[in-house]
Design a protein. Structure first.
Length: 426
């Protein structure tokens, strides 16, 4: 019942958002929908990786630590490649990068079943799949769309694109678990590989997006490398990195080890898949809500509230009895802020440095995000191996969330620019 109500309300919200998008006279809606669809597949495949940890371990005997390390390297590489692919997209166009990413992701997924050792698994899931998903992720997709959209609508469009990634998690996690249960984990991975190739035709509206399309967006006086060096000396930009590190730690730990936590509590794998799906479902609403709020309020305050709420939610989760409904409610609450941090983070980067090198500069924040992700995935495996549970990881989540809430407050952010439509409605 809870899932049915959530699905209905979320899709009602999506309809309202599309009406707002069209009524606001944004002529680039095919670009936004295309970016959302690509992110739906790449994030859906990536966020389902935790469902394969236990089947992989049972089939290969590689051990939880080795598999967790491969996925942790994947978390790190997913972030590391984004500024590099951002540079490529800024120079040669986003579509070429997206096609390259589609093939890398497909090959990585398809080759994983024939990875018999730690090193081969590290290559398939830690390098190929992660690099492919990174090429079709936030920095490229938000970067190419931001150049076609007025400044007052970028946060909203970022929220819509991010919601596409969450929708992928809603669809792919339960579907992958169903295929694993019915046909085995190998078939599930091959199905995800085929889905990865579908991003190539879906990305066609994003061709020709290597240069700014808005005449109001002027070329910055600094070249790319000069701009990168200036940004790394900007205290606000560094505070943004620090907060995003925590987000990566949370997301990677849960994506990789939530199925293990569910198993420790004596519940079936369907509870894990449903929880991951619920996270994605509620993040659709959270992403759209964050994107809409970014047009009205300073985005640093939105980020501070999101991170602070995570500390509270995790503390309540630890105190609650570990029934399936506890996991579902926790997934719903945490899902509302899951990757809803992306639109305000990208929005602040755009405010600080304009959009000419947004794919590169936002890609660097995603690298920091994934350094946190590497630690979240890897340390979770070590905690399980040494202590037999994830208790200390939950405590670390609470501490980092509290610090992330505070570190966003000193960011110097200009007041949001409201569109003429918003001013008329106000």
């Amino acid at each position: 019942m809870m899932m049915a109500v959530a699905y209905r309300r979320t899709f009602e919200l999506i309809k309202v958002v599309f009406f707002m998008l069209i009524s606001s006279k944004i002529s680039t809606w095919p670009v936004i929908i295309s970016a959302s669809a690509v992110l739906m597949i790449t994030m859906g495949a990536r966020q389902s990786s935790g469902l394969f940890v236990l089947p992989l371990n049972a089939a290969t005997g590689l051990g939880i630590v080795s598999i967790s390390f491969a996925l942790a390297v994947g978390q790190l590489l997913w972030g590391a490649v984004q500024p590099l692919f951002g540079v490529m997209a800024d120079k040669w166009g986003s579509y070429r990068v997206l096609v390259l990413g589609a093939f890398l992701l497909a090959f990585g997924l398809a080759l994983t079943p024939v990875a018999p050792s730690d090193w081969s698994l590290l290559l398939t899931m830690g390098v190929l799949s992660a690099a492919g998903a990174g090429a079709g992720s936030f920095s490229i997709l938000i970067g190419v769309t931001a150049r076609t959209i007025p400044p007052e609508r970028r946060s909203f469009a970022g929220g819509l694109i991010n919601a596409g990634g969450s929708l992928g998690q809603v669809i792919f996690a339960p579907l992958a678990q169903a295929v694993i249960g019915a046909f085995g984990w190998v078939t599930a991975l091959l199905g995800l590989a085929v889905a990865a190739l579908a991003t190539i035709p879906l990305a066609l509206p994003l061709r020709g997006g290597s240069m700014p399309l808005q005449p109001s967006v002027t070329k910055p006086a600094n070249g790319m490398w000069r701009q990168i060096m200036l940004s790394l000396r900007n205290p606000s930009y560094l505070c943004l990195h620090a907060g995003f590190f925590t987000c990566g730690f949370h997301v990677a730990f849960l994506v990789t080890h939530l199925p293990g936590e569910v198993a420790l509590c004596g519940h079936s794998a369907t509870v894990s898949a449903a929880s991951i799906g619920i996270i994605g479902l509620f993040n659709i609403a959270g992403s759209l809500f964050a994107g809409a709020l970014g047009s009205r309020f300073r985005m640093k305050y939105i980020l501070a509230v999101m991170y602070g709420s995570r500390a509270v939610m995790i503390a309540l989760f630890l105190l609650a009895p570990k029934t399936p409904w506890t996991f579902y409610v926790f997934a719903a609450a945490l899902g509302f802020t899951w990757l809803a941090t992306v639109p305000p983070t990208a929005g602040i980067v755009g405010k600080l440095f304009e959009t000419r090198y947004l794919a590169t500069l936002f890609g660097l924040t995603l690298l920091t995000h994934q350094i946190g992700g590497f630690l979240g995935a890897w340390l979770g495996g070590l905690a399980m191996d040494h202590h037999g549970n994830y208790q200390w990881m939950w405590y670390a989540d609470i501490a980092l969330a509290s610090l992330a809430s505070l570190v966003n407050l000193p960011i110097r952010e200009a007041k949001p620019v409201r569109s003429s439509i918003s001013r008329q409605r106000g």
